[in-house]
Design a protein around this ligand. Structure first.
Ligand code: TYD
Length: 211
């Protein structure tokens, strides 16, 4: 079945939309798994706690990158691949592009080096479609301040870091315009979720036609 990833900067609202999209696809009769990264599986959730803990301020950028990738491998092998094999639609709230952009670009480890490791680890399990929820870092910051739920280690980074993350995503989108579809995340929740469903159904139709 199809593999969908959701990407966006912190505060883009992708997690809210993910739940709505999942419910709508289930209502339409699809078997859907909504999962998230880092996490989505017990060992990966433990890695999530480690990597996002604000206490771990001394974590180096490569340790951070490798932990995200380790968490992804576990999640992929234990959850995503088995679900896809059963014919389930898998929606992952974040996947490999987050590591490319946050660690490869914003943390300056180098996209080429980070993706070389990701390619080895992920292999062919690349999302069929990636929905990017587009909002500027300034607008996202307003939303995060309103949410006021305390920051994790990455959210607590300076504005410049989030600006870099956004630039990284824009670059990735321009190089992968077939896979990554941009959705205006400033619109109303129902407009955004309708657009996401439209893009997913379009892909499902294409798949059906080519079978
Ligand atoms: P996420 O759970 O999406 O945060 P939120 O629910 O608050 O939007 O992701 C947690 C943080 O981890 C987020 O700041 C992005 C970061 N992250 C990376 O830096 N690299 C990665 O590979 C992933 C998956 C997430």
């Amino acid at each position: 079945m199809i593999f969908i990833s959701l990407e966006g900067i912190d505060g883009s609202g992708k997690t809210t939309i993910a739940k709505i999209v999942k419910d709508k696809l289930v209502q339409k009769g699809f078997d859907v798994l909504l999962t998230r990264e880092p996490g989505g599986e017990p060992i990966s959730e433990k890695i999530r706690e480690l990597v996002l803990d604000p206490e771990n301020s001394e974590m180096t950028a490569w340790t951070e990158a490798l932990l995200y990738i380790a968490s992804r491998k576990q999640h992929l092998d234990q959850v995503i691949i088995p679900a896809l094999k059963k014919g389930t639609i898998v929606i992952s709230d974040r996947f490999m592009d987050s590591t490319t952009v946050y660690q490869g670009f914003a943390r300056k480890l180098g996209i080429t080096d980070v993706d070389e490791i990701q390619n080895i680890v992920i292999g062919p399990a690349i999302p069929d479609i990636t929905l990017f929820f587009d909002i500027s870092p300034e607008e996202a910051k307003v939303r995060l301040d309103l949410r006021n739920s305390g920051s994790d280690r990455l959210e607590a980074e300076a504005d410049e870091f989030h600006e870099k993350v956004y630039q990284g995503y824009r670059m990735l989108i321009s190089e992968n315009s077939n896979r990554i579809k941009v959705i205006d995340a400033r619109k109303a929740v129902d407009v955004i979720s309708r657009q996401a469903i439209y893009l997913i159904e379009e892909l499902l139709e294409e798949r059906k036609a080519s079978q």
